[in-house]
Design a protein around this ligand. Structure first.
Ligand SMILES: Nc1ncnc2c1ncn2[C@@H]1O[C@H](COP(=O)(O)OP(=O)(O)O)[C@@H](O)[C@H]1O
Ligand SMILES: [Mg+2]
Length: 290
């Protein structure tokens, strides 16, 4: 199952090391992070958290706990008030505004309301991050075809978002988020607007994306999702991390009981298999925020 770590015999630029080898390489590191929205809304308070490449982490917490804020800090939609955040080797506190698009090409984001472009077809939505980052039309076609196939959307390629079911919209949003081969995929309540039956279908997709080497953070209320996949669970409450388990389960109780870890193996790691090395290192073009 496990692949031997890739060893470098020659010099590579620093960013390249972000994907070399497996495990033990922090891809997300937060230390003592506090976020205060002006004038005085404390959304996160002294949060420290580390994710290694290939991890699959569920972020759980009641509405208003700080999940979306944490996510927005990771792709630099918001800046931390204090503390340190490093994502794939980038220091987000020191990062200049002009470097932000470069960071975002390495991160895929799926929003609760999917944010699909209403006047573009499924294929055009998926292609969008590649088109804005100036991939060749041929490469765009190739990658979009790959995504349509992988996400079971081939028959819906020409449909507009309004013509899709909730599950199809969700799959389109995820396909768009991963078409640029991100090292990190963040989903903010991806099943929030779906009925439980449709929501259940997402677990296999997320597993597959993770199996291909992409690190995942999934903020969710879905008990089913967490309990099916049994991955690392971080619970936040009132802007603080109150629980962090390698292989946890969802608790509906107000005071979560600790759970014995089951077969505490974090996801097998690797690198995303559908991109070039340069892209996986973040040096190629990928998605952009839109
Ligand atoms: N843009 C904002 N301005 C002021 N307060 C905000 C803003 N966004 C979120 N908050 C506050 O920060 C806290 C955490 O919100 P959020 O991160 O959205 O939580 P969650 O995603 O877990 O529901 C809440 O108290 C919320 O009201
Ligand atoms: Mg939220």
């Amino acid at each position: 199952m496990s692949k031997a770590p890739v060893r470098c015999r020659f010099w590579l630029p620093p960013g390249v090391f972000s994907w070399v080898g497996k495990g033990n390489i922090p891809i997300v590191s937060l230390s003592g992070v506090t976020k205060v929205y002006p004038p005085a809304s404390v959304a996160l308070s002294d949060v420290s958290l580390e994710l290694e490449r290939g991890d699959f982490l569920f972020l759980i917490g009641a509405s208003g706990a700080g999940k979306s804020t944490l996510i927005r800090l990771l792709y630099r939609e918001e800046k931390a008030t204090s503390g340190r955040i490093v994502v794939n080797g980038h220091d987000l506190v020191r990062m200049r505004a002009r470097e932000v698009p470069f960071l975002r090409r390495q991160i895929g984001v799926v929003f609760q309301d999917f944010k699909l472009l209403p006047r573009k077809t499924v294929a055009q939505n998926i292609a969008f991050p590649l088109v804005v980052s100036e991939h060749s039309p041929r490469e765009v076609r190739r990658r979009v075809a790959l995504m349509l196939e992988m996400f079971g959307l081939r028959d819906r390629a020409g449909a507009l978002p309004a013509e899709l079911s909730g599950g199809e919209q969700q799959r389109t949003a995820i396909a768009r988020a991963v078409v640029g081969n991100p090292v990190l995929l963040i989903c903010d309540e991806p099943t929030g607007n779906l009925d439980p039956g449709t929501a259940a279908g997402i677990s296999q997709l997320l597993e597959e994306i993770n199996r291909r080497g992409t690190t995942l953070i999934v903020a969710t209320h879905s008990e089913q999702l967490v309990n099916t996949l049994r991955r690392r669970v971080v619970v936040i409450a009132g802007g603080r991390v109150v629980r962090d388990e390698v292989s946890g389960a969802y608790h509906t109780a107000a005071e979560p009981e600790p759970v014995a870890a089951v077969a505490g193996v974090i996801a097998p790691t690797g690198v995303p298999v559908w991109g070039t090395r340069a892209e996986r290192a973040g040096t190629g073009a990928g998605r952009r925020k839109h």
